[in-house]
Design a protein around this ligand. Sequence first.
Ligand SMILES: *Cc1c(COP(=O)(O)O)cnc(C)c1O
Length: 217
Amino acid sequence: MIAENIHKIVSNIPKNVKLIAISKTKTNHDIMKAYESGQRLFGENKIQEMSSKFEDLPKDIKWHMVGHVQSNKIKYMAPYVDLIHGIDSLKSIKIINKEGVKNNRVINCLLQLKISKEESKFGLDEKQLKEIIFSTDYKEMNNIKIKGMMAMASNTKNESTIKKEFVFAKKVFNEINSLDNNFDILSMGMSNDYQIAIECGSNMIRLGSLIFGERNY
Ligand SMILES: *Cc1c(COP(=O)(O)O)cnc(C)c1O
């Protein structure tokens, strides 16, 4: 089933859209089924779980951290993480840069824009996000690269609400992208809203349950 799910999704999305398989709570066995069907990009939201999967699974897997990142946990993923999606403070950026120096690598990350009014969603507002990307603090850092933006729509069945939120994210993304060519990733879209996200210009979708089935927490 997992391999078929991936094939179905990949053959129905535009070529420029990257699929991140969100494997949180799923077993190495399930991840290997996705791997064997060609999937190499996987996402997790807990650092311990991601690190133990990184240890156990093939080394050509690229691991994305999609959860909210506590600054004291950054050091554990700094040696290997491919992309950190949910950065929402200059403090975290400074720590990532420091860890990048220690590990002699450039760590890629995305800033999280808050587009939903729900209390539980983390993220920066438009002004805060632009302040960070254009700050001299950030410009002077050599071991972190802000590659783009991540956004999560409200958890609702109301498609026009979701669409409004994604359209806003795309507007902010375009404004920054027109000034900075390296800012070219727009991560938005989950199992229940990825088609709307792609319509609105997403080029990275994060799908869990649609690939692996429902999660039992
Ligand atoms: C769990 C999670 C996903 C995947 O959710 P599904 O609805 O299972 O596709 C995507 N993004 C983030 C940030 C998540 O935590």
